[in-house]
Design a protein around this ligand. Structure first.
Ligand SMILES: Cc1ncc(COP(=O)(O)O)c(C=O)c1O
Length: 401
């Protein structure tokens, strides 16, 4: 079975788990800042925790935070749990990012931040976003922070320039499903000295060290996950996923869509063990980025899909965290692909304003595109570890469904 995702972990990362490094977290932050050309990078236990910390550090409370209706639920959770109000914007059906007209209309006198999200690695038009926000700032006479959600995209480029530095800050998730990983973890990058200082002060004040058992859990998590994603073992992992509640229990502690919730350790600092893995991954970032682009190019070139399917756009500067196709009969397609040994993903199976926990934040807008995508998107494996044989199998399987 070819897994729908697989962390790009080698001997170096496993060795790094056991090799002490002085000031590993600081070194990881410096390497991260250097890789993404930002002045500051501040590490957190999760991406959501970094966003939560930004709101807290900047004293943003009771404010409206404009964000996509179709995104990971933890973004909404961070908004609500920091005492703010999510304002959802429907997405467009071209690159699945926020519709710019709807985005403009969603900004009000109560907006204190907007979250341009580069979903699936597709860069938003950050120039248009900045212009809309600056016009709104002038209209309402208040500062509106622009925080890029780069959890999927990392440094996708808009008009040749990385989106990471297009606003006041950027948010990254670093769990094993992301383009680079520090086991768990998240990062907030910024070029603004004041934001960085406030984030560091908040982290110092409000976050504590992980307990030894939490550190030990992370130490074992990576080798176990690496084995679980091994080609020879993955059939069994897949069986466990579908036939037992074991893996579900693990992910439920970390991530729930139905309930506005954070994992219990969201106020525990990133551990040195995680930082050491992250440091190793930084050296591989360019390889990961170019390999994903190569695989996407192969799919664009060689996949043959029925007329009723909608292929993703081929966008310059995209980093392809996911290669998404819209299909009318998702369950059937996923089942057929699995029968041929290819696991497809259905990454975001909900539209945020349609989730019961978020209905009170849903406006009169119907968010039809978000709803459609929640019901019809599949994503193909696109991890850099795929070899030519795997790719041939994926292309053959999908082209013959
Ligand atoms: C679009 C998006 N933003 C933010 C996050 C937050 O990352 P984390 O899971 O590290 O909290 C995720 C994670 O899945 C995501 O997909």
């Amino acid at each position: 079975m070819i897994p729908r995702l697989k962390p790009f972990i080698g001997f170096e990362e496993i060795a790094a788990l056991f090799r002490p490094v002085n000031d590993a977290v600081q070194k990881f932050e410096s390497a991260f800042a250097a890789t993404f050309s930002t002045r500051h990078a501040v590490a957190f236990p999760y991406g959501r925790s970094a966003l939560w910390a930004f709101f807290k550090a900047m004293g943003i409370e009771g404010a409206e935070i404009v964000q996509p209706a179709y995104t990971c639920s933890v973004v909404g959770h961070a908004t609500v749990l920091s005492g703010n109000i999510p304002v959802f914007v429907d997405i467009n059906l071209h690159d699945y990012n926020m519709d710019l007209d709807a985005f403009r209309k969603a900004i009000t006198a109560k907006t204190r931040a907007v979250l341009p999200t580069h979903l699936f690695g597709y860069p938003m038009d950050v120039d248009a976003v900045n212009q809309i926000v600056h016009e709104a700032e002038n209209r309402f006479g208040q500062r509106i922070y622009i925080i890029q959600d780069c959890a999927h995209s990392f440094e996708a480029e808009w008009q040749g320039k990385s989106v990471v530095n297009a606003g006041d800050g950027a948010l990254f998730g670093l769990n094993i499903s992301k383009q680079i990983t520090s086991i768990f973890g998240g990062m907030f990058t910024t070029n603004d000295d004041e934001i960085a200082a406030k984030l560091l002060a908040l982290r110092e004040r409000s976050y504590s060290e992980k307990s030894w058992s939490e550190k030990l859990f992370r130490l074992f998590y990576l080798p176990v996950a690496t084995i679980a994603f091994n080609d020879l073992i993955y059939g069994f992992t897949y069986w466990l996923q579908n036939n037992t509640g074991l893996l579900r229990q693990l992910t439920d502690a970390y991530h729930l869509d139905e309930k506005i919730h954070f994992p219990p350790d969201y106020l525990k600092r990133l551990s040195p063990v995680e930082a050491r893995v992250g440091l190793e991954q930084m050296g591989k970032y360019n390889t990961i980025k170019s390999r994903r682009r190569e695989i996407a190019a192969m799919y664009f070139d060689q996949l043959k899909v029925p007329d009723t399917w909608v292929m993703p756009p081929n966008v310059e500067g995209a980093t392809y965290s996911h290669f998404v196709i819209r299909v009318p009969n998702r369950n059937e397609v996923m089942k057929l692909a699995a029968q041929h040994g290819v696991q497809l993903g259905q990454l975001i199976e909900y539209s945020m304003p349609h989730l019961p926990a978020y209905q009170k934040y849903s406006s009169n807008n119907q968010y039809p595109n978000s709803l459609l995508c929640s019901q019809s998107l599949i994503n193909l494996p696109i991890h850099p570890g795929l070899n030519q044989k795997d790719l041939f199998k994926i292309i053959e399987t999908i082209s013959h469904i």
